[in-house]
Design a protein around this ligand. Structure first.
Ligand code: ADP
Ligand code: MG
Ligand code: MG
Length: 906
């Protein structure tokens, strides 16, 4: 029963360490670790994540009883090390109460600073420090944060103004002050009293004077913040389990707001946007906590080179920069040297890029946080490869450092250079998150979501963003803000999402009320188009066209590394030569699925196809099919040629025939004219194709069995194309796949048709081409009788879309009415059509692979369908020994990385 709930740290010692993320959260674990390696950290303690879960089980009163002795002893521990006393009027200790989960969730939960202040303590502290301005500045910040977080003083709706901000504006006006920092001590004191009164008025609660009561209030509020709306949404997006809970770290305050020798900042050991190996960051003199991130004042650069680059972009001369905007390296050289030393030490200790928070109190540097930094896809690849070259990590680690899904960003379009040179730059901001974005302006997160849902591409334009804007940011193509630096909320979150962002564009005059933004005298309204370049920070009027991304050498190196370790090959799903070429350039080792039906829809082909459907005799069908044959042959030839020397798996006709006929009157009239038959005849035929349950109806091999001439025609088209290519000296490798097999006899029958047609083709061309006949495993019965099927099939391709549909019994086309509810009620964790259900569908697949190989040891097994490009599904396929996964061209690199990770994990 003696469960350890509280872990102490301070003065170079700690009860926890970096490995204890689960118990202490990332922040708590790293605060402990920094103590072990000699980084200066204010003393404190961490309450475990388990206590957060306990809080939800036993409630506030009981958890306070359970924690009381440990927390009181831990406060003593801080008092002893800091040589001051919590709640003491002469020599007070102030603390921060910070949230921190196992996975980093920046800004999603709450933190309270300057806790322990009340009127008496503030007066005593003002005397002791001889700096009343600092004390009352801290005090008003504390009352405001405590009101927001613990006493829940929230704006009632989105148009409601923050009551605290309203009070600040009023006091500033009365005193004729423009900037917060120019408020007098009297103003600040007034703010404290007005804040307290506003809290009482809105919430009916008194602001607690007793520091111990304040402490418990804050600890429990941090527990509660685990379940706030934005934290829940963030977890959903990032796939973080609700059960993890947040830890609470309480630590002695250090003050960056004590005057001009004090400062606070955020820094990165490498560039989080492009991965460049360059220490960088931002800081503010005489400021506290969130000031840098909140984008209220525009912060200064930490390094000289960073400052010079910033000035160059902003068009500021070197003289002006040195005079007005010096870097920390220039303004505080000794502190900078220490900071630089520690960031390097931390990166070497963690073997990864670090994102750090620090505060300077009257010339003394303190670290408050370090974590592995969030980064863009491009930075992720560059940093992994650079760290490998620097000898900091090995090859396997480099592979695991990259998140497959994030490669997506690298493959996305950038602005077309030519179009860009013609486009008009209307403003310059910070290149907060790279890429290109173009869309219609919206000003509110809710609007961004709504417009996006209605099919619009939008750019979210804000003065600054806050965590409430998360869903809107996710819905937008890009984000543009007037305030805030490279480490502002907008910048950090956008980079995490791989979304283009330009921040800190001072020239923007945003009016939320009018839904307009004015730039240099020109007004842009909601709905107007705007384009952003997150790589340069430039903003363009109108729509600027984009083009495909160019891939870096580091990307190629990573992919080569993947090939060195992977066992599972990656093919692509492609129906056109162009898609096949794109996929080949991304490293696809063949085609895993060519769907022939798409080819039937182009102009002349659809006419012949409909003729075939309309025919009511074998002879009539054969006549129509003879017209289709040359089209199909040309299509297959193009694809086989694009994949020369690599296997191409072609699926015979699969969808129900009604998909090829028009269902509207106008369409049917046209069809009647084209076919030269009456409208009634067309309608009679269309009606006769209607089925109660088309997904389980006349489709797949059932078509080929009832109309063998279709299978024969497609086989001839495939193999004629192959023969012609072979005669041209190429190396075509066709595979013919029979879809929707449920019984062995279906496959046997289709094989006979295929083999007969093949003989005819080879006789005609006077040569033979090697080809294979396989089947799709997509009906549960096929999986369950895999041993029988394997006796006839040379390969299995798992069609997991249908297999999921039929294993769950969910119609994929009708799922929208209940899937969201299932996800919401946690009946399902994820959509099984996106992420392979390993427990059910996966078990069936594994069974079929093993049974099939009992009969045919060299049975090749692959997966096609949506799951073939989804990292966790690809890893599963690799683990059960499949030979390949097949996915859409742009997902090929993602699948290659996931496959290599699966091999490395083994
Ligand atoms: P988040 O997880 O949102 O970053 P943090 O707990 O890191 O929240 O705290 C918010 C800000 O307050 C950070 O800038 C941090 O550096 C600062 N801060 C937290 N604790 C202290 C402290 N004891 N002294 C000074 N600043 C602090
Ligand atoms: Mg932080
Ligand atoms: Mg299917």
């Amino acid at each position: 029963m003696s469960q350890k709930r509280v872990y102490l740290f301070g003065n170079g010692k700690a009860e926890g360490n970096a490995k204890m993320r689960e118990e202490l959260g990332g922040k708590g674990a790293n605060l402990a670790e920094m103590n072990h390696i000699g980084v200066p950290v204010p003393p404190g303690f961490t309450i475990t994540t388990d206590c957060c879960n306990e809080y939800y089980q036993v409630g506030q009163q009981k958890i306070m009883e359970l924690l009381n002795d440990d927390v009181m002893a831990a406060v003593k521990h801080i008092e002893n090390l800091m040589n001051c006393k919590f709640g003491d009027a002469q020599n007070p200790l102030l603390v921060s109460v910070r949230s921190g989960a196992r996975a980093s969730m920046p800004g999603m939960m709450d933190t309270i600073l300057n806790l322990g202040l009340n009127d008496e303590v503030a007066e005593g502290m003002a005397k002791k420090t001889n700096n009343p301005h600092f004390v009352y500045d801290s005090y008003r910040r504390f009352v405001q944060m405590y009101g927001d977080v613990v006493l829940e003083m929230k704006p009632v709706n989105k148009t409601d103004i923050d009551p605290f901000e309203e009070i600040i504006e009023k006091v500033k006006k009365e005193s004729g002050v423009v900037l917060d920092k120019d408020l007098s001590v009297e103003d600040l004191k007034k703010l404290v009293q007005l804040f307290k009164a506003a809290i009482k008025e809105r919430t009916g609660k008194d602001f607690p004077n007793d520091p111990i009561e304040q402490l418990w209030g804050a600890i429990c509020a941090v527990f509660r913040s685990w379940m706030n709306e934005r934290a829940i949404l963030y977890r959903k997006m990032e796939g973080i389990p609700d059960e993890w809970g947040t830890a609470v770290s309480v630590m002695a305050m250090v003050f960056g707001n004590m005057g001009d020798t004090s400062a606070t900042g955020v820094c990165f050991s490498r560039d989080a946007a492009n991965g460049e190996n360059l220490f960088n960051g931002e800081y503010l003199v005489n400021a506290q906590g969130e000031d840098v991130v909140a984008g209220i004042r525009t912060p200064q650069q930490i390094t000289k080179i960073g400052s010079q680059r910033w000035a160059e972009r902003a068009g500021i001369s070197e003289e002006e920069r040195v005079a007005k905007y010096p870097s920390m390296e220039e303004a505080m050289p000794e502190i900078y040297a220490e900071l630089n030393g520690i960031q390097d030490k931390l990166e070497h200790h963690y073997h990864d890029m670090q994102d750090m928070e620090f505060t300077v109190q009257e010339g003394k540097l303190w670290f408050l946080q370090t974590r592995n930094g969030k980064r863009t896809g491009a930075a992720m690849v560059k940093i992994a490869i650079d760290l490998l070259h620097e000898g900091m990590i090995d090859e396997k680690t480099a592979i695991q450092r990259c998140e497959p899904q994030k490669l997506d960003e690298l493959l996305h379009p950038v602005f077309d250079k030519k179009a860009l040179s013609a486009a008009k730059v209307i403003a310059q901001g910070l290149p907060a998150s790279p890429g290109a974005a173009c869309g219609q302006i919206v000003f509110h997160a809710d609007d961004a979501k709504e417009w996006h849902e209605n099919g619009h591409k939008v750019v979210l334009v804000r003065i600054e963003t806050s965590p409430e804007d998360l869903a809107g940011m996710a819905a937008a193509e890009g984000i543009l803000t007037a305030r805030g630096g490279m480490t502002s909320h907008a910048a950090v979150v956008a980079r995490g999402m791989g979304k283009c962002c330009v921040s800190g564009v001072g020239a923007l005059n945003v009016s939320y009320k009018d839904k307009t933004v004015e730039i240099d005298g020109v007004t842009y309204k909601e709905g107007d188009f705007i384009s952003l370049n997150g790589t340069t920070g430039q903003v363009y009027a109108g729509e600027v066209p984009t083009k495909a991304a160019e891939l870096s050498g580091d990307f190629k190196e990573l992919m080569d590394l993947c090939d060195k370790y992977t066992k599972l090959q990656v093919r692509t799903n492609a129906d056109t030569p162009h898609d096949a070429q794109v996929a080949r350039a991304f490293g696809a080792k063949g085609i895993g699925l060519t769907r022939t039906e798409h080819m039937f829809f182009e102009d002349q082909k659809i006419v012949a196809m409909r003729e075939m459907i309309l025919a009511d005799s074998v002879a009539g069908r054969e006549k129509a099919l003879a017209k289709l044959l040359p089209y199909q042959k040309a299509d297959f030839k193009g694809i086989l040629e694009a994949m020369d020397g690599l296997p191409v798996n072609i699926r015979l006709l699969d969808p129900p025939l009604h998909e090829f006929v028009p269902h509207d009157l106008a369409g049917q009239q046209t069809m009647a004219k084209e076919m030269g038959v009456s409208l009634e005849e067309i309608q009679r035929r269309v009606d006769s194709l209607a089925e109660n349950n088309p997904m389980l109806g006349h489709r797949g091999c059932r078509l080929g069995i009832t109309f063998p001439e279709i299978t024969a025609m497609q086989t001839k088209a495939i193999l004629s194309a192959a023969c012609e290519l072979k005669k041209e000296g190429k190396n075509p490798m066709p595979e013919i796949m029979v879809p929707l097999i449920g019984t062995i006899n279906e496959l046997k029958q289709q094989k006979e048709v295929i083999q007969y047609a093949a003989k005819e083709v080879f006789a005609e061309y006077g040569i033979e081409v090697e080809f294979e006949i396989g089947t799709m495993i997509e009906i549960p019965r096929a999986a369950l009788t895999a041993d029988l099927i394997a006796s006839e099939a040379q390969y299995f391709s798992f069609g997991t879309n249908d297999l999921t549909q039929m294993t769950f019994g969910y119609s994929r086309d009708d799922i929208a009415s209940f899937l969201p509810v299932y996800l919401d009620k946690k009946i399902l964790k994820v959509d099984p059509f996106q992420v392979l259900d390993q427990k059910g569908v996966g078990r069936l697949i594994k069974f079929a692979v093993n049974e099939g190989r009992e009969v045919r040891p060299d049975l090749r097994c692959g997966i096609c369908g949506e799951h073939g490009g989804e990292p966790s599904s690809v890893k599963f396929c690799a683990k059960i020994g499949m030979n390949y996964a097949s996915c859409s061209p742009f997902r090929v690199p993602i699948a290659r990385l996931a496959a290599a990770q699966a091999a490395v994990e083994e």
